[in-house]
Design a protein around this ligand. Structure first.
Ligand code: DOR
Ligand code: ZN
Ligand code: ZN
Length: 395
C-alpha cells in the first residue's frame, strides 16, 4: 500500500503527559477505552493517566488494571501514574518499587495528599529508589479554596471569587525546595502564572532535576475569555492574565517549560451545566488540543513544528522513560501523519470522548491527523478509528 504524504507532516506520535481517564470509579465521565479513542483521534499515541481516580491508583493491582484496560482498547498506549499514598488523603506511602514493577511511570497526588509537605518530602525521597518523577499539581488548597477563576480584574467585574497566582507559585517554590533538599526528581504539572515560570527558570539555572508542563488552554485563553460564564473555560489552575500567558509562551520557547500536556479532564454535562461558581473544574483536550495549538501558535509562526514535536513527544518520552515517539532506530513506530488542511467541526457526535466540556464545542478547527500508527500498526485511517485486534501487542 503506497502512501501519499504530499502537503502533510509526519510527526513522532504525540505523547500526552497529563490525562484524566476516570476509570476506575467515574466511568460516566470517561473510561480508559473512550479516553484512548479520543487520544488517537487527536494524534496522541501514548497518554499518561493521572492517579486521582476512585479509588486512587495506590496498588500494583490497580496499575496493572489500568494498563490491561489500555491494552485491551488497542488504541493509544496507556501509561499509569500511581498515587503517592495508600487510600484517599492517606499519609502512608505506597509501595513505589512494586507499583513501578507493575508499570507505573511516576507518582502523583490523589487530589489532596501532596498538600502535606512531609508527605511530599518523603515521596521525593522514596521515589529516588525508583528513578521515577513525582508529579505535582502545585496548588495550596487553602489559598485556592472557594475561588472559581483567576483573581484579577475579570473576576472582580464578574463578581466571582478569585484564585490568586500565589496559590500555585507558593507550592511551586515549596516543591522546588523539597526537590533540591532531597535530590528527588519532580515534574510540575500545569504551570499557569509568571511567578512560577520565574521560579522554575532559576531552579534550572542552579541545575535542579525539574521538568514542567504548560496546558494549551493556558496559552490560548485568558481570564477575559470567561466573560460569558462558559463553564467549559472553568479549569484549575484557572485561565490567567495576558502577562501570564506571555510568560508561559516565552518559557515554552526557552526551555523553562519542557512540555505541552492537555490536562484532559472529562466531566458529565449536568455538572458542567451548573452555574459557573458551582461547576467542577476541567476542560477536555485530547481531540482538540493539537488542532488548536496548530492553528493559533504554529500557523502564525509562534511555535515551530520542530519545537511542537520536541515539547509534545520527545520531552515527555524522555522524562517518563516511555518507548514511543522517540524515533530512535529500533524503537516502535508510533507515528502521526498530520494534514494541516483537514477541517472538522467539534460536536457532541464527533467526539470520541464521553465528555463534551470543551470550549471548542460547535466550532470548526483545522489541522488533524489522518493516519496514526501505534507499534507499527495503523489505529486511525482517514478519521476512522481501527483498534488493533489483539491490543495486547501495545505494551
Ligand atoms: O481542572 C482540573 N480538573 N484541574 C485539576 O487539577 C483536576 C482536574 C480533574 O480531575 O477534573
Ligand atoms: Zn491538577
Ligand atoms: Zn490534572
Amino acid at each position: 500500500e503506497s502512501l501519499n504524504g504530499e502537503g502533510k507532516y509526519l510527526f513522532p506520535g504525540f505523547i500526552d503527559a497529563h490525562t484524566h481517564l476516570r476509570e476506575p470509579g467515574q466511568e460516566a465521565k470517561e473510561d480508559i477505552a473512550s479516553g484512548a479513542a479520543a487520544a488517537v483521534k487527536g494524534g496522541f499515541t501514548s497518554i499518561i493517566a493521572m492517579a486521582n481516580t476512585e479509588p486512587p491508583v495506590d496498588s500494583r493491582g490497580l496499575v496493572e488494571f489500568v494498563r490491561t484496560q489500555g491494552a485491551r482498547a488497542g488504541l493509544a498506549r496507556v501509561y499509569p501514574l500511581g498515587t503517592v499514598t495508600k487510600g484517599m488523603r492517606g499519609r502512608e506511602l505506597v509501595e513505589m518499587l512494586d507499583l513501578k514493577e507493575g508499570g507505573a511511570v511516576g507518582f502523583s497526588d490523589d487530589g489532596h495528599n501532596l498538600q502535606n509537605s512531609e508527605v511530599m518530602r518523603l515521596a521525593l525521597e522514596y521515589a529516588k529508589l525508583t528513578g521515577l518523577p513525582i508529579v505535582s499539581h502545585s496548588e495550596d488548597e487553602n489559598l485556592a479554596c472557594g475561588g472559581a477563576m483567576h483573581r484579577g480584574k475579570a473576576a472582580a467585574r464578574l463578581g466571582l471569587k478569585g484564585i490568586p497566582s500565589s496559590a500555585e507559585s507558593i507550592m511551586v517554590a515549596r516543591d522546588l525546595m523539597l526537590a533540591a533538599e532531597t535530590g528527588g526528581k519532580i515534574h510540575l504539572a500545569h504551570i499557569s502564572c509568571r511567578e512560577s515560570v520565574r521560579l522554575i527558570r532559576e531552579a534550572k539555572e542552579r541545575g535542579l532535576d525539574v521538568s514542567a508542563e504548560v496546558n494549551p488552554h493556558h496559552l490560548l485563553f485568558t481570564d477575559r475569555d470567561v466573560d460569558l460564564f462558559n463553564t467549559s473555560l472553568k479549569v484549575n489552575p484557572p485561565l490567567r492574565s495576558e502577562e501570564d500567558q506571555e510568560a508561559l509562551l516565552t518559557g515554552l520557547l526557552d526551555g523553562t517549560l519542557d512540555m505541552l500536556a492537555t490536562d484532559h479532564a472529562p466531566h458529565v454535562w449536568e455538572e458542567k451545566a451548573r452555574p459557573f461558581a458551582e461547576a467542577p473544574f476541567g476542560i477536555i483536550g485530547l481531540e482538540t488540543a493539537l488542532a488548536a495549538v496548530w492553528q493559533r501558535l504554529v500557523v502564525p509562526g509562534k511555535l515551530s513544528p520542530k519545537r511542537l514535536a520536541e515539547v509534545w513527544s520527545l520531552a515527555p518520552a524522555r522524562r517518563f522513560g516511555l518507548p514511543g515517539g522517540t524515533l530512535r532506530p529500533g524503537s516502535p513506530a508510533d507515528l502521526v501523519l498530520f494534514d494541516p488542511e483537514w477541517r472538522e467541526r467539534i460536536t457532541s457526535d464527533s467526539l470520541a470522548s464521553k465528555a463534551q466540556n470543551t470550549p471548542f464545542l460547535g466550532q470548526e478547527l483545522q489541522g488533524f491527523p489522518t493516519l496514526v500508527w501505534v507499534g507499527g500498526e495503523p489505529v486511525l485511517r482517514g478519521r476512522q478509528l481501527c483498534p488493533a485486534g489483539d491490543g495486547v501487542r501495545h505494551r
